[in-house]
Design a protein around this ligand. Structure first.
Ligand code: NAD
Length: 457
């Protein structure tokens, strides 16, 4: 292509990040991983394995051990044994370990970013610039808190070995949210990553070993929901910290209801994104792009319900479609992509089913019209879903009420502020919300009326 042509089209060239570093690491491990229990790697006694695939091309990345009952028992035992000593270390001593973990994460940040992108399908732009840097900050941050624990939280004490169960949408970031504060406060951990995305947690376990974290302080069991369920029902775990779907959260709440286990649940959402007529519309649209198409819409607090004031609705939808048409969807390792792959074919199917229901319910659909990549392995459709917009959506419809957990925005209009608040609160969830207005009084009037808080209602 001539330079002049490039100036005219402003077309992007491919800018792929090399997968070599991650492939080498997988090769070093013969693409097979055990469980990390009591500071050692071991095979699952269950003898079962499952595979983790790259959703961008359908290729298998590695074989992962499935922890059964005796494996979970062993991990909890190790965490229980390690607890008294870990708890009795001074905050400063624990901080040194957390600091060392942060340093190692930083040192290997490129490997973590590439590995996360390959295991999850999220763009390298996101893992490299957002997820992994935040993970590192979390460990530094909590190493600070470990030192301040005694002076700032004198009445808080460590509770013992805790079970942590995390989803696939922000694999290492979720790990850091859960592991860093628990270790800082003197608890020991048994962690189960999601079955689709265990690789960065396995690499993290390796780093725990490298920094000399005492055996049993951090244990990693991989496996599907059943492994999580074994943890939930284990009597020696003093707390379960769970992030995932509302349905599973309900099961866990029931299972722990008559026990003295502590419980934290971070569940689903269908968050409203409210645009008033006096908003800076261009800013609001950029905000919306991040709210719903970031991480392929697989975000618990995604702004998945657009509520726009009727007087500007046409203008907003028109500009939004123009902006959507410019999104770049494709190979997640390409540094100039806005959206990568959906986590797994089953999730893509779920999104498609909900979109089909939306069409049946009479909503108008508009989709990005670019070419989606193929599945290299199966020579079929890749695990990609086009950015999608529904208009003319009825507030009671399935697509307005159900968390789609994909790149699908549903939009509705309102006339008055009261109507906006009513529509926003017409949801079984209540995780997040945003208000766009240039009038600070309007924004401060509406914000407290929105029912959104974290956890299970
Ligand atoms: P999921 O509930 O299917 O799985 C989450 C984790 O729980 C996985 O590790 C899974 O193996 C495990 N699990 C499954 N069944 C279990 C059971 N019966 N007992 C114990 N553990 C079990 O959710 P997902 O599909 O991995 O994640 C997507 C969901 O997570 C979405 O609903 C999203 O909104 C939610 N999420 C919430 C937050 C938040 O902070 N509120 C953050 C990220 C994701």
């Amino acid at each position: 292509m001539e330079i002049t042509e490039i100036f005219e089209t402003m077309e992007y060239s491919p800018a792929p990040e090399s997968p070599d570093l991650a492939l080498e690491w997988l090769k070093e491990h013969k693409s097979k991983f055990g469980l990390f229990i009591n500071g050692k790697w071991c095979k699952a006694k269950s003898g079962k394995v499952f595979s983790t695939d790259n959703p961008a091309n359908g290729k298998k990345l590695a074989s992962i051990s499935e922890a059964g009952k005796s494996d979970v028992d062993a991990a909890v035992r190790a965490a229980k044994l390690a607890f008294p000593k870990w708890k009795s270390l001074s905050g400063h001593e624990r901080a040194r370990y957390l600091y060392a973990l942060a340093r190692q994460l930083q040192k290997h940040s490129r490997l973590f970013a590439v590995l996360e992108t390959m295991d999850n399908g999220k763009t390298i732009r996101e893992t490299r610039d957002i997820d992994i840097p935040l993970v590192i900050r979390h460990f530094y941050h909590h190493s600070g808190w470990a030192q301040l624990l005694e002076s700032e939280f004198p009445e808080h004490i460590a509770i013992g070995p805790v079970g942590q169960i995390i989803p696939w949408n922000f694999p290492l970031l979720m790990l850091s949210w859960k592991v860093a504060p628990a270790l800082a406060a003197g608890n020991t951990v048994v962690l189960k990553p999601a079955e689709y995305t265990p690789l960065t947690a396995l690499l993290f376990a390796e780093i725990c070993s490298q920094v000399g974290l005492p055996p049993g302080v951090f244990n990693l069991v991989t496996g599907p929901g059943q492994t999580g369920s074994l943890m939930v029902n284990h009597s020696d775990l003093k707390k379960i910290a769970f992030t995932g779907s509302t349905d599973v959260g309900r099961l866990i709440r029931e299972a722990t209801a008559d026990t003295d286990k502590k419980l934290t649940l971070e569940l689903g959402g269908k968050s409203p994104f409210i645009i008033f007529e006096d908003a800076d519309l261009d800013s609001a649209i950029e905000g919306l792009v991040d709210a719903i198409w970031f991480n392929q819409g697989q975000v618990c607090c995604a702004g998945s319900r657009l509520l726009v004031q009727e007087s500007v609705a046409e203008k907003v939808i028109d500009r939004l479609k123009k902006r959507m048409a410019k999104l770049r969807v494709g190979d997640p390792l390409d540094k100039s992509m806005d959206m990568g792959a959906i986590i797994a074919p089953i999730q893509k199917e779920r999104i498609q089913n909900l979109v089909d229901q939306g069409k049946k319910e009479g909503a108008a659909i508009w989709q990005w019209e670019g070419k989606l990549p193929q599945n290299a392995e199966k020579k079929g459709d890749g695990c990609y879903f086009p950015p999608t917009l529904f208009t003319n959506v009825s507030p009671a419809s399935i697509i307005a009420q159900t968390e789609i957990f994909g790149p699908v925005l549903v939009s509705m209009t309102f006339r008055t502020t009261d109507e906006a608040v009513m529509l926003a609160n017409n949801s079984a969830y209540g995780l997040a919300a945003s208000v766009w207005s240039e009038n600070i009084n309007q924004a401060l009037h509406v914000a407290p009326k929105l029912k959104c808080r974290r956890g299970l209602d």
